[in-house]
Ligand binder design. Structure first.
Ligand code: CA
Length: 236
């Protein structure tokens, strides 16, 4: 099996080199870029399997790089944030990033995130293959919201939504357990597959993004309900 290619975008030399070194030792093929402009060029030419993208970069920052890459480049993007203000922008905007890590982070955590992103891509590819043994209902209908598991597509009022893989998986899991409260930790385990205690903020981010897409009024959601101190409940 060919090793996955990771593009590391970081202007800080020490961090860039230590990331590259560690990932190479883990068996990844590593590409590096020192600024936003170079990141866009390399990502377009090489289509890496995962992009690790720092936000604070010369020439173009990480937000601009994200916007320049989407939707043509579909590689999953893991954003590195250093400051709370950046994190607020990552959480508040639909940038096309798939996950984020706040500095400082451990190499172990970084590797877990990369693996999760790669696994997600592989699941998508596997699901994209037509299956002849499909016998469970392939489309769930909740009023004007349809979840089509055969086509891996979610439609609102008949219009296909651009959901990121984890948004789709989160929605599917919640819909499968409609009416039940699902804790953030349960979602992390089921959707992200993390065996260790992950960052539950990741779940909140994806719920936030999902609501922006499927709720008529995302600030007063009626499909994905927050159950204080317990988790989330899908109402359909
Ligand atoms: Ca930086």
């Amino acid at each position: 099996m060919p090793s996955a290619t990771v593009l590391v975008v970081e202007d800080e030399r020490a961090l860039r080199e230590s990331l590259a070194y560690t990932l190479e030792r883990q068996g990844y093929r590593v590409l590096t870029a020192v600024d936003g402009w170079q990141a866009v060029q390399v990502a377009r030419q090489q289509a890496p399997d995962v992009i690790i993208l720092d936000i604070m970069l010369p020439s173009m920052d990480g937000f601009e790089v994200c916007r320049a890459l989407r939707p043509q480049v579909s590689s999953p993007i893991l954003m590195l944030t250093a400051r709370t203000e950046e994190l607020d922008r990552v959480l508040g905007l639909e940038l096309g990033a798939d996950d984020y890590l706040t500095k400082p982070f451990s190499m172990r955590e970084l590797q877990a995130r990369i693996k999760a992103l790669l696994r997600r891509v592989k699941i998508d590819q596997d699901n994209a293959r037509p299956s002849s043994t499909e016998d469970s209902p392939s489309v769930w209908v909740f009023d004007d919201l349809e979840i089509d598991s055969l086509r891996h597509e979610v439609r609102l009022k008949g219009k296909a939504l651009a959901l990121k893989p984890k948004e789709y998986e989160t929605l599917c899991y919640l819909a499968e357990h409609r009416g039940h409260v699902i804790s953030r930790q349960k979602l992390l385990t089921e959707v992200w597959g993390w065996e260790y205690v992950g960052n539950s903020r990741t779940v909140d981010v994806h719920i936030h993004w999902l609501r922006e897409k499927i709720e008529e009024n995302p600030t007063a959601p009626r499909r994905i309900i927050t159950v204080r101190g317990a988790g989330y409940r899908f109402e359909g």
